[in-house]
Design a protein around this ligand. Structure first.
Ligand code: SAM
Length: 284
């Protein structure tokens, strides 16, 4: 409580109940890509996620919490840290939180962060590393799930190729379950990716329904690996497929034509992890 009083005294917690408040309007605007692109920011929901982000060095631009969360020590602590690092803290009504998140039962804490993309030129895959490259991924749920899965599989980061869904949309961020804060993301055109690949020293393993190599027999160890996944509808286009060192196939049973993109990415990443780590290391 004392901490909050200190913050409130210096006028840095704004109490807002009106949907027409300009700050609330700006934050609500972040539901749209146009506004996220213009501001270079995005919204993430949930106290745990906000704390994780803080711990990983992300800066909160605006912290928003429900009036009902006032006085909770952990919320007060995050609010104090936000103010200390130059951020804004808003205490809002349930109605405002619902409008911002478009959810009936919104999380009690949400926050606005700066987007972060790593320049492709700064990515230099090292031995033992596995990266993921995604060609024109369209579905935010797939992208969020892939970011979460890549994090869990120990991948080093994700390269988004071509016109992709926004990794910082609310739906994608929700699906990452916080891994958006720990997985480096880069963007590239197909041409830039192919030019980068020529110098990166990594083995590019494309995944393709007509791949000639069983994914279990790939050498994931002697060079860093980039696992390249195709678009949900169209699969990998010829130019990207031809740029791969190998095209891998995951043999399937049954009548399904293909695996879901996120599932296929998970299968590939955990196979690479199995090759890279001994059983004991994987358990640790
Ligand atoms: N109709 C698309 C096609 O012809 O490629 C299906 C695309 S699939 C839904 C999306 C991506 O997941 C594929 O481009 C590939 O990268 C990967 N994928 C799915 N099932 C796979 C499999 N059995 N073997 C290798 N890659 C697979």
């Amino acid at each position: 409580m004392n901490e909050r009083r200190t913050i409130a005294r210096v006028g840095q917690v704004k109490e807002i109940t009106s949907l027409s408040n300009p700050i609330v309007k700006d934050v609500r605007g972040l539901q749209q890509k146009k506004h996220r692109d213009e501001s270079g920011t995005f919204l993430a929901e949930g106290l745990k996620l906000v704390i994780d982000a803080f711990e990983q060095g992300w800066t909160i631009r605006t912290l928003i919490y429900a009036k009902a969360a006032r006085g909770k020590p952990v919320v007060e602590e995050v609010a104090a840290k936000t103010v200390a690092r130059g951020g804004l803290v808003l205490e809002v009504s349930e109605k405002v939180l619902t409008a911002i998140t478009r959810r009936d039962n919104p999380q009690a804490v949400i926050a606005v962060f700066d987007q972060q993309f790593k320049p492709l030129s700064a990515i230099r895959p090292q031995d033992g590393e596995t990266w993921v490259a995604l060609d024109r991924v369209r579905d935010p749920g797939n992208l969020g799930t892939i970011i979460r899965t890549a994090d869990a599989a120990g991948a080093s980061g994700i390269i988004l190729i071509g016109e992709t869904v926004d990794p910082f949309s609310m739906e994608a961020v929700r699906a990452t379950m916080g891994s958006v804060f720990s997985m480096p993301l880069a963007r590239a055109s197909a041409a830039d990716f192919l030019a980068w690949k020529a110098k990166a020293g990594a083995s590019i393993v494309g995944t393709h329904l007509k791949g000639s190599v069983d994914y279990r027999t790939i050498d994931y160890k002697s060079r860093p690996t980039v696992i390249l996944m195709g678009n949900e509808q169209a699969g990998l286009p010829d130019d990207l497929a031809e740029g791969c060192d190998q095209l891998a196939r995951i043999p399937q049973a049954g009548r399904a034509d293909s695996l879901n993109l996120a599932i296929a990415t998970g299968v590939m990443l955990f196979e690479a992890r199995r090759h890279l780590l001994s059983f004991d290391e994987a358990q640790a």
